[in-house]
Write a protein that binds this ligand. Sequence first.
Ligand SMILES: [Mn+2]
Length: 332
Amino acid sequence: MDENKTPKYKPKMWFDEERPEGYEYTPGTFSRLPYIKTLENVDFVVAGIPFDTLTSNRPGTRFGPQAIREAYGGVAYEGIGIEAFDYLSGVDYGDFKVINGDTSRSFQTITEEMSKILKAGVVPVILGGDHAITYPELLAYRDVYGPVSLIHFDSHTDTWGGEESLDFPTHGNPFRNAILTDCLDCEHSIQVGMRGMMKNEHDYDFAREHHLEQIFATDLHKMGIYEAAQKIREKVGTNKVVVTFDIDFVDPAYAPGTGTPVPGGFTSHETLELVRSALVGLNIVGFDLVEVAPNYDPMENTQLLANKIVCEFINVLAANKAGRTHYEHFGR
Ligand SMILES: [Mn+2]
């Protein structure tokens, strides 16, 4: 982020009196940010990728981005304890023009759009979409930054598939494909929350062969949030890091609106506290939050929590820009 950027774009409420031109309150944007497709004078953009063609189980994440936007929570002071828009400027960048059913063109669009954002020095905050989208995102990170560290919250490893996985991307193999195409610095990456859909013990072999550390859900429950946060921070160090968050990391009691839910996960509070304590102070170059399928949650709790997690991503960026090195409640 460019320290010299003047904060310019921030949420506007209907009752705000000052409304510079082009700054009208726009309904249905993320956190009531202005909907402007610009990379000028912004630290981050929120963008949707409504693509769910590569879902293996129950579809519906193409409806995720707008559902997350409309589950309005707003970027709040509590938690990290920062007024994010004192430090940041951001916009709702709209959705990437993906075409469900056309994977190759959609992937190309995702990589091109991501590259534009990254080359402008802007942090993308992506709303998915199924997890397949993270692979073409990571191709853009690789092209701009070289191999990056990854912090991957999920109940699944998403490293499935065999020799043919590059020809047959799914939402179950984005990280296999990212590793096969040298997108990741595996020695400084970590997967957290794994518990789902293992066919047998060999499902973890690929990650282990590539020295990709995993914290399983059972171990995370035992060690607790703060010890896990410390492990994540030590793993990543000062590397450039991409954060990818599959909503099914959270227990389906709190987030049932997803295609492949797995019981035995984490509460809303544990999730938010882990995000805050793990991420503040890291050299984060981008986020995505994927796999919200609002059609399986008529109560809208899933999309509300997803909205809150994304708000915390933005608070982390603000804390980083403010020069904070860690989350102040960490370990207390
Ligand atoms: Mn998953």
